[in-house]
Design a protein. Structure first.
Length: 470
């Protein structure tokens, strides 16, 4: 049960006026008294369950990244390029799913959509559990099964859009960083746990027999059923819908007319797109370039990227997201050059070190870019409302919140296309030249363009965004 709390213009607020188990009719986190007495406790509870649900979304989104490395052992006769396609397909579907997912919280309610989106994750885990036991499955059908894992990728946009409404501007970077960081951690968890559980028949919920090679590949899907059930029930019982976060699809689609929405979408591919793309490709990249090394070590990359992400948001809150993103992208260019050098030298220790640095930097960049997005819309709307008094300022802040929420979902959708492009890039590069160099060269050139865009729009002293230190 949560209280409806009504903020008023005097800086005070009316106490509990109505009780409702799922919805909050009024929400004003910028009101300090409201936030300290009531708001922060509700926001934290919603954030906790949001993180738990989103963690499952990421884990299931990337589940095929580790499963494909065992398919040949289990009797599946797919080419290396086909294996990379199985890794890449969830990235493509996840990117596409993020467009509707990002708009849905404002239409049906954040709590309601979290329940629905999390429940949909039963489809990919059950389909995986079945098809990995059928070595005769044609590639096209296995590709469809892998594609359903993209439902997990879609959850990010809805989750981040929803959480953006719960927190005051000064804490958005930190809160969104934690939400995404714990969510991102699901990638590391799945790449760590799945290899450990594939050899144990007693893990199987349905007493199934092992697939080829003595593996219980079905465990990769079945292992998530108990905790997924907890996530769905927890979101249903303990999360809330915010009335102030409601908006029609038409009201949200106005972001398509905003230039900054497109600029940040492009930049976000370099940070989150790199994180999810490298996470998906890393196990298979290790297996193809260093076959003597177990792909089970791949979990280290997503682990460091996930753990560091909240600190990217915290750092951005303190010194400005655009600045953090700028220097992070420059360092990413150096890390890519390092990866290229050590792959050429066939030095796994150097290769792993440079990739871990790259994952760390993508995590920091993820946090900083997501802090920047609400700050950009806030600065834009406040600039447009200059001279309109307190009423104009209040309306500007409300419009900024709604547009930023929609933009977070949209930008997250575009950014996640890296989950498809990077594995496909590596697959195509290896097929064409025998190594990942061509793909890495393309990634490097792309990062350079992002550095320039970030500086041009958000760091030049003449822009309103630089003055607002977004």
């Amino acid at each position: 049960m949560v209280d409806h709390v009504k903020p008023v213009d005097t800086g005070t607020y009316v106490g509990p006026v109505q009780r409702n188990r799922t919805s909050i009719s009024d929400w004003n986190p910028e009101n300090e008294k409201f936030w300290e007495s009531t708001g922060k406790y509700i926001a934290r509870r919603n954030l906790n369950w949001s993180m738990f649900a989103l963690h499952h979304g990421f884990a299931i989104w990337l589940i095929w990244s580790i499963v494909v490395t065992r398919l040949p052992q289990a009797g599946f006769h797919y080419t290396t390029d086909q294996l990379f396609q199985l890794v890449a397909m969830p990235g493509l579907i996840g990117s596409l799913a993020r467009f509707p997912y990002g708009f849905m919280p404002a239409i049906v309610g954040g709590r309601n959509w979290t329940v629905i989106a999390t429940a949909l994750l039963f489809i990919p885990v059950l389909s995986l559990a079945y098809f990995v036991t059928q070595p005769e499955t044609p590639f096209w059908l296995m590709l469809i099964a892998a594609a359903t894992a993209g439902f997990g990728g879609g959850t990010f946009s809805g989750s981040m859009a929803n959480m953006s409404f719960f927190w005051p501007a000064r804490l958005k970077g930190t809160a969104l960083g934690w939400n995404a960081g714990v969510g991102n951690l699901g990638v590391s968890v799945v790449q760590l746990l799945v290899p450990l559980l594939l050899g144990f028949g007693f893990i199987s919920l349905y007493l199934t027999t092992p697939t080829g090679g003595g593996l219980y590949l079905q465990n990769a899907g079945l292992m998530w059923i108990p905790t997924l059930t907890v996530a769905v029930i927890g979101a249903y019982l303990f999360m809330n819908n915010l009335a102030v976060a409601r908006a029609t699809l038409k009201e949200q689609l106005v972001i398509l007319k905003r230039k900054q929405n497109w600029v940040m979408s492009y930049i976000y591919i370099s940070t989150f797109g790199s994180f999810i793309g490298y996470s998906a490709a890393f196990p298979l990249l290790i297996k193809t370039q260093f076959p003597e090394i177990t792909a089970g070590i791949a979990f280290l990359g997503p682990l460091v990227g996930s753990v560091i992400r909240p600190f990217g948001g915290i750092l951005a809150d303190k010194i400005g997201g655009a600045k953090v993103t700028f220097w992070t992208l420059i360092a990413m260019c150096g890390a890519v050059l390092g990866v290229m050098y050590f792959v050429h030298q066939k030095n796994f220790v150097g290769f792993l070190t440079m990739f871990l640095a790259l994952f760390t930097l993508t995590g920091i960049g993820n946090g900083s870019t997501y802090m920047t997005i609400p700050a950009i819309f806030r600065a834009q709307k406040l600039s447009e409302a200059e001279g309109q008094g307190e009423t104009g300022r209040a309306l500007a802040l409300k419009a900024a919140g709604l547009e930023a929420g929609a933009a977070l979902g949209f930008i997250g959708a575009v950014g996640s296309v890296g989950g498809f492009l990077i594995p496909r890039g590596f697959g195509a590069s290896i097929a064409a030249s025998g190594g990942p160099y061509l793909a890495l060269e393309v990634f490097l050139a792309f990062y350079v363009t992002c550095i320039w865009l970030n500086w041009w729009y958000y760091m030049r002293k003449s822009t309103i965004f630089a003055k607002a230190n977004v």
